[in-house]
Design a protein around this ligand. Structure first.
Ligand code: 5GP
Ligand code: ZN
Length: 114
């Protein structure tokens, strides 16, 4: 069994604030939110990051983006706008190596990102 923290969330071995689940995707609130709404959307299967994606993951990634859009609607941040981020490897500050999309909203975002 994987020692990965997010795999443990997906398998319900460690409790977390789940906001959405289906056969392919799992979403939960970030423990250290960077915006009023900060949700992490992850695949149920372990993929480290975008750099490990293959063509086989294309459909899965499309689904994860759909989950982000659907949760943005449910959380009420769609009209004013939101941001989806996938930090990949060291320069982007990736700290957990299970692919996750950050869904951020509820405040104005700066650009360029830090
Ligand atoms: P990264 O820096 O890899 O893009 O994002 C990892 C995210 O996971 C961070 O925003 C961090 O706050 C979040 N995180 C790390 N540990 C936990 C945890 O135990 N529970 C939850 N809900 N989020 C976590
Ligand atoms: Zn994992």
């Amino acid at each position: 069994m994987s020692e990965c923290l997010f795999c443990k969330f997906v398998r319900h071995e460690i409790p977390t604030q789940i906001v959405y689940e289906d056969e392919q995707a799992f979403a939960f609130r970030d423990i250290n939110p960077q915006a009023p709404i900060h949700i992490l959307v992850v695949p149920r299967t372990h993929v480290a990051n975008l750099a490990e994606m293959t063509h086989e993951h294309e459909g899965l990634m499309g689904h994860l983006l759909w989950v982000c859009a659907e949760l943005a609607r449910r959380e009420g941040i769609e009209p004013e706008g939101y941001r989806v981020v996938a930090n990949t490897n060291a320069n982007a500050g990736q700290s957990v190596y299970h692919l996750h999309l950050h869904l951020l909203g509820g405040r104005t975002m700066g650009w360029p990102p830090g």
